[in-house]
Design a protein around this ligand. Structure first.
Ligand code: MF3
Ligand code: CO
Length: 257
């Protein structure tokens, strides 16, 4: 069952999304060579608590048989795609790119957001994959219209990534969000226009294109959380939580209207 949120709930999700965006951008400002990934996590957790939220990834389990995710922020560097675990031993290096993914529960409702940023100066290929992943998210969001389908989002994201010379990850997907960290429906980053579920006003969706430079195959690290590209090439990831409205999609995880 896909839940429809009320306008009161969407108002709260918007407040939460705005606060989440402010936290994530503040954490991103601390990204520079020499910083450890645990420092970013600690800052994210502190800022979330300061604004009256709760980190939603910490202790979250994607499956019953899985160890809970240990931290508030996911930090995934270069060939790591998503769900990288922060550590005091992992130090940001000039020239690398890093995905910061953060979820928050605010007044009982969940929002989810991710950005990929360069660490110091990066090469053109790194700049281009970041730009393309961001653009793919933008076109995915813009494809949402009254009466559109999930396949329209998937198709837009995939076309944008592939037309720019990249691939999308197929094993991991975007998702519904709001009452939980992950809710139905799945939102694949590849697909055909006009296919899949029809979108309805009041659905809350987390779109999250994962764009890769090499092949689409991925592997799970021995830490049981971090997804990496199989061929070791770069990945970039962006995510917004959006509300489906009569007029299209409204981004909830943004700083202002
Ligand atoms: N944005 C990520 C996702 O939807 C965040 C989940 S991290 C987890 O998969 F640790 F909580 F699983
Ligand atoms: Co998500």
């Amino acid at each position: 069952m896909i839940s429809i949120k009320t306008s009161e709930e969407i108002k709260i999700l918007k407040e939460g999304g705005k606060r989440l965006a402010s936290v994530l951008y503040e954490v991103a400002e601390k990204v520079r060579p020499g910083v450890s990934t645990i420092e970013l996590d600690e800052l994210a957790e502190k800022l979330i608590k300061n604004i009256g939220g709760e980190p939603s990834f910490k202790n979250y389990k994607t499956r019953e048989d899985k160890i809970p995710y240990p931290t508030s922020l996911c930090v995934s560097i270069n060939n790591e795609i998503v769900h990288g675990i922060p550590s005091k031993n992992r130090i940001l290096q000039e020239g690398d790119i890093v995905s910061l993914d953060l979820g928050m529960k605010y007044k009982n409702l969940y929002t989810d957001m991710a950005i990929t940023v360069p660490i110091g100066k990066v090469d053109d290929q790194a700049k281009k994959i970041i730009e393309t992943a961001k653009k793919s998210l933008d076109v995915g969001i813009k494809s949402i219209k009254s009466g559109s389908h999930i396949g329209d989002i998937s198709f837009s994201i995939q076309s944008c990534a592939e037309n720019n010379g990249f691939n999308v990850v197929r094993r991991l997907v975007g998702h519904g969000v709001g009452y939980n960290v992950h809710e139905p429906p799945d939102i694949p980053n590849f697909g055909e226009k006009g296919t899949g579920l029809k979108l309805k006003e009041g659905m809350i969706l987390a779109l999250e294109p994962m764009v890769v430079l090499g092949g689409p195959d991925i592997v799970l690290d021995k830490d049981n959380w971090t997804w990496k590209t199989k061929d070791g090439f770069l990945a970039a990831h962006f995510e917004h939580t959006v509300a489906v409205t009569k007029k299209g999609a409204e981004i909830l995880t943004k700083l202002c209207d």
